[in-house]
Design a binder for this molecule. Structure first.
Ligand code: GLY
Length: 357
């Protein structure tokens, strides 16, 4: 199975998509490394801990449990994990293995980014969403009371090990939410991936291994290409925010309790597709296939009850808003994007209304 290179000024590394990749982790820990700290949750450890332990191939490691959940993705948890590392002999030669879903990848990556001013991290994502998005590309973060991911650092991993086998234990809701990010990858950059998702939706939903591996590999390849072209999101990387700009408002307005991130992205993509049509970038006829593809992976939680005006107001607080200007990622056709600012608020409101109602 494939390995995709990410090239950044700081380093070049691989995102490996391979069944059984967990069994190779020990081989990726540098020979000269000091203590290895595996940051994980009890739930992930219960399901996959023995596989990781075997994969370490006799290399000793310290386990650091993080309680999990968006509400615990806070700086205080990073501090507590760092204190535990020091207490257990962590130093500048230590390595973090972030082993879990997107929250663990973000928080474990942030811990590594700032522990003793930065130590290496190996990312091992265990949810589909984290495999195709969060764990690849070096964004690390914690939440503030004022908003999600508002503190963090770019810290590229030594390697990202993506093992489709771990998805077998993933609950259906999380699996489908992860597929939203795969659909996003298809819409923004690959008609081939989009058609695979559209035509083979039954096989994808039934988690047929070859089809799932193909979806993951395509999405990871796209993410690696985009990050290699623009590590710090000053240009091309913005296209990865397709569906996220309005999607974030659904998450924030419902206090991060009602939607999984991928579910909010699915709704945000529906809004972005409506907006693309309403602003004249996307012919309505072309939008139908996109909307149908998203529908095939539903039903998505409905956004009814959320006030469109309040959602609109939240857009200007999003961290993607630069100097008060909201940049929308629109799509003119499957596999392509257009980053647009200065859209009339009334048009944006209408696109949100069409999504919420
Ligand atoms: N999740 C969007 C990015 O990594 O840039």
């Amino acid at each position: 199975m494939p390995a995709f290179a990410v090239h950044t000024p700081a380093q070049t590394y691989e995102a490996k998509v391979e069944r059984g990749a967990l069994a190779q982790v020990g081989g990726h820990v540098p020979a000269k490394a000091g203590k290895v700290f595996v940051v994980t949750t009890e739930d992930v450890w219960r399901h996959h801990g023995s596989t990781l332990t075997t994969g370490m191939g006799g290399r000793s490691f310290e386990l650091l449990f993080f309680p999990g959940g968006e509400s615990r993705k806070r700086f205080s948890e990073v501090e507590s994990l760092a204190e535990q590392m020091v207490a257990r002999g962590g130093d500048r030669a230590s390595v973090v293995v972030a082993f879990g879903g997107g929250i663990v990848n973000d928080l474990g990556g942030f811990l590594a980014a700032i522990f003793m001013r930065g130590i290496p991290v190996i990312q091992i994502p265990t949810t589909l969403l984290a495999q195709v998005d969060a764990a690849v590309g070096g964004k690390t973060a914690a939440n503030l009371v004022s908003g999600k991911n508002l503190i963090g650092a770019f810290h590229q991993p030594l390697v990202c090990l993506i093992d489709p086998d771990v998805l077998a234990t993933l609950p259906e809701r999380e699996y489908l939410a992860g597929l939203a990010e795969v659909i996003k990858a298809g819409i923004i950059r690959s008609e081939g991936l989009f058609r695979l998702l559209y035509d083979q939706h039954e096989a994808v939903r039934a988690r047929q291994p070859e089809v799932v591996e193909q979806c993951i590999a395509d999405a990871v390849r796209i993410k690696c290409e985009v990050v290699s072209a623009d590590e710090k999101e000053s240009g091309l990387r913005r296209i990865l925010n397709f569906g996220h700009t309005i999607g974030h408002t659904f998450e924030a307005e419902s206090g991060y309790t009602r939607f999984l991130h991928g579910e909010a992205v699915a709704l945000g993509m529906i809004a972005a597709i409506h907006l693309s049509v309403m602003t004249g970038y996307l012919p309505e006829k072309e939008s139908l296939d996109m909307l149908e593809c998203i529908r095939r992976y539903g039903p998505w939680p409905i956004a009814a009850g959320l006030e469109p005006e309040r959602l609109l107001a939240r857009l200007s607080h999003d961290k993607k808003t630069i100097k008060g200007t909201v940049h929308f990622v629109l799509t003119p056709k499957i596999g392509a994007t257009e980053v647009v600012s200065g859209i009339d608020e009334r048009v944006v409101l209408e696109a949100i209304r069409k999504t919420v109602e």
